[in-house]
Ligand binder design. Structure first.
Ligand code: GLN
Length: 200
């Protein structure tokens, strides 16, 4: 049975645009907490990995002893949504990571960090996202990663007009190269909350 209670979700709060995700999720009537410690994962049914700097979040997750608990929660089926750095952290494999950079994994994809280069490291565009229909998603890319390969288990759900993939889904996992949390776009967070309701 799908629960009708307010979904309890957390935002990984080690580094990055945590506040923006908290505001986006609260606006959708979720019960939101900040997650920095392993025991805080037990109080939530879904986790957002924010935008920021994936190599920093990776390192902090190890110093805060969060890496293994996050992987365990993901393996136990906890829905997770990663934006930008968060997408990198959910990728099974990455390119152009810093030396020793690790990910939590989960998405059967290969993601390249900082894929747009320094000339155009930030831009905005309107994206067609077939699962949402109209209107298109106004997407903000900030030193964004690209999904360079989508494995069999993952599904591309949005691409730039030239076909480069910028949003993927795999069961309860969702990742976007861009930042819906900064533009008032709610549909990705709604999709995440639907997965949380279905799982809890
Ligand atoms: N370039 C950042 C990284 O490698 C991601 C940027 C972002 O999250 N806006 O993690």
């Amino acid at each position: 049975m799908v629960s009708t209670a307010r979904p309890r979700v957390g935002v990984l709060a080690l580094q990055g645009d945590v506040r923006e995700h908290v505001a986006a999720l609260r606006a959708l009537d979720a019960e939101v907490s900040l997650v920095r410690r392993p025991e805080e994962l037990a109080a939530i049914d879904g986790l957002v990995l924010p935008g920021g700097e994936s190599s920093v979040i990776d390192k902090l997750s190890r110093s805060f002893a969060m890496r293994e608990p996050i992987i365990a929660a993901r393996e136990a089926g906890m829905p997770m949504y990663g934006t930008c750095a968060g997408l990198i952290l959910l990728a099974d494999r990455i390119r152009d990571g810093i030396t020793g950079q690790q990910t939590f994994g989960g998405l059967d994809v290969i993601v390249r960090r900082n894929a747009f280069g320094s000339q155009v490291d930030s831009f905005e565009t309107d994206l067609e996202v077939p699962v949402f229909g109209e209107p298109p998603v106004h997407a903000v890319f900030i030193r964004a990663p690209l999904v360079e390969q989508v494995g069999e288990r993952a599904e591309a759900i949005a691409a730039l007009p030239d076909g480069r993939v910028v949003a993927v889904r795999q069961g309860p996992l969702l990742g976007t190269s861009f930042h819906p949390e900064v533009t008032g776009e709610t549909r990705f967070h709604e999709l995440f909350l639907e997965a949380v309701r279905a799982a809890s």
